[in-house]
Design a protein around this ligand. Structure first.
Ligand SMILES: NC(=O)C1=CN([C@@H]2O[C@H](COP(=O)(O)OP(=O)(O)OC[C@H]3O[C@@H](n4cnc5c(N)ncnc54)[C@H](O)[C@@H]3O)[C@@H](O)[C@H]2O)C=CC1
Ligand SMILES: N[C@@H](CC=O)C(=O)O
Ligand code: NA
Length: 443
């Protein structure tokens, strides 16, 4: 048996604890599968004495993660702290500079600094592996970096945030309140330290930018992604979607278009009978369209200690087996800048909900504004008056302001046309709040 592979683990929270448990439970199997024992020799965390679901008492404690990254005893630095700057970034850079392999689940860090960190890893001949960073336990980074390398990828999309999918599922299936379900997702360890990253769509954007890079050989960068979160989705939208034959999912979509690469994250109505519409709870799914393989879809747990530890472990196993690949598939310095398709060029169907003052001429004026932008309507229905605010449950309506809720579904049109029509409708003063607009994806 070869010498042990020695790990330094920074961060013993949800994922770190899962990893300690996995290595403790599988020590013999891992050694048999890789030909070397795998041991965590030192750990770093904010609080040394915190009660955890795993025993770290026999591991050396190093309070400074940068010191741990430079520790001469370790071969691999496992970063499970989180955050795009600060301790995580400094420690990962230190580890790569010291010639240590790095395994991380930190998508925020890679979405912002991926090319520079990958270049540093390549320069030092070490791995920078990040399977846990995208879609939790689903082995999608491996699938794209290895399994699908023979293909030209045209589109990659999916449900990439477990917290949001958990919230949307519970709101739809159990009629639960947004804030209440978010709290539950936090208690389960699914949410980011700042859950705005989840519900605001930014975590999905980080993951999507990594998938885009793996799919198209481009430089990852989440600022190129158009982002909307799920905070504005109300029970009325969920109910209307059901009546129209859709489910609402937070999707990340990256595809080649004639105007460049389109990258967008937003709540999306997907037909109820599609596979993606039936990915529920904390599960994620990633769909990849390749020229030789056709369409592939991977579904599995997108967050949580166990599933993410499974992904982190697969990265460590590669290192134990002596497999070191370029982090983004191609040489980091060859990752391409690319033309970004502007969101206004996006084409598709739209669901629009307006809270309209119930007075003569309002409906006709709205229909006219849509017609002026050549938007043709598939359906228009009046629903019961809206008496709720996004993410906050029910609130009383303003006295003396009778409203009607109108739901329109458009045929295929452009984002630019819809935005112009909605701006004009708002300016006309017939609506009492910002129109709700959800894109429809036929898939
Ligand atoms: N929780 C999940 O389901 C998933 C999390 N991730 C990613 O994995 C990483 C870790 O996430 P969680 O385990 O959920 O976080 P967590 O908040 O549960 O744990 C973070 C750990 O880092 C430690 N830490 C924070 N600042 C530190 C510092 N300056 N020095 C030393 N230790 C420090 C904390 O003490 C804690 O042990 C993040 O990048 C997250 O985005 C990825 C996939 C799924
Ligand atoms: N907060 C993330 C954790 C995994 O990446 C999520 O909910 O998906
Ligand atoms: Na993964």
């Amino acid at each position: 048996m070869a010498d042990p592979l020695k790990l330094g683990l920074a961060g013993i929270g949800t994922v770190g604890t899962g990893l300690v448990q996995l290595i403790a439970a599988r020590a013999d199997t891992l050694a048999a599968r890789t030909g070397r024992p795998i041991e965590i020799v030192a750990v770093s965390a904010r609080n040394r004495r915190k009660k955890r679901g795993a025993d770290v008492s026999k591991m050396r404690f190093v309070s400074d993660p940068v010191a741990l990254a430079n520790d001469p005893e370790i071969d691999v630095f496992v970063e499970l702290i989180g955050g795009e700057e600060g301790a995580a970034k400094e420690a990962v850079e230190a580890a790569l500079q010291a010639g240590k392999h790095v395994v991380t689940a930190n998508k925020a860090l890679l979405a912002h600094h991926g090319p520079a960190l990958a270049a540093l890893a390549e320069k030092n001949g070490v791995a920078l592996n990040f399977e846990g960073a995208v879609a939790g336990g689903i082995p999608v980074v491996k699938a794209m970096r290895e399994g699908l390398q023979g293909n030209d990828i045209t589109r990659v999309f999916g449900i990439l945030n477990g917290t949001c999918n958990y919230i949307l599922t519970k709101m739809e299936r159990e009629g639960r309140d947004f804030a209440d379900v978010l709290k539950e997702a936090q208690e389960q360890g699914y949410a980011e330290a700042d859950p705005t990253f989840d519900v605001g769509g930014f975590d999905t954007a980080h993951k999507l930018s990594l998938l885009t890079s793996l799919a198209f050989g481009t430089r990852p960068g989440s600022t190129a992604v158009y982002v909307e979160g799920i905070e504005t989705i109300t029970p009325t939208d969920i109910e209307a979607a059901t009546d129209l034959g859709y489910r609402i999912k937070l999707l990340g979509v990256a595809l080649r278009t004639d105007s460049g690469i389109e990258q967008r994250v937003h709540p999306t109505m997907v037909p109820k009978d599609t596979a993606i519409a039936n990915v529920d709870g904390v599960s994620n799914c990633v769909a990849i369209d390749g020229d030789f393989i056709g369409d592939v879809m991977l579904i599995g747990p997108g967050a949580g200690g166990g599933p993410t530890a499974s992904a982190v472990m697969s990265d460590i196993i590669d290192i134990a087996r002596g497999i070191v690949l370029r982090p983004f598939g191609v040489k980091a310095t060859n990752l391409k800048a690319y033309k970004k398709a502007a969101m206004r060029t996006h084409e598709g169907g739209y669901y629009i909900r307006l809270s309209v003052y119930d007075r003569t001429g309002a409906f006709a004026a709205i229909a006219q504004r849509m017609a002026m932008q050549n938007i043709s309507l598939e359906s228009i229905v009046q629903r019961r008056p809206s008496d709720e605010r996004p993410g906050q449950g029910k609130t009383p309506r303003k006295k003396g302001a009778p409203q009607a809720s109108i739901v329109m579904v458009t045929h295929e049109t452009t984002e630019a046309a819809v935005r112009k029509a909605l701006a004009a409708i708002q300016k006309d003063g017939h609506v009492d709040s910002k129109p709700q607009m959800i894109r429809i994806e036929k898939l």
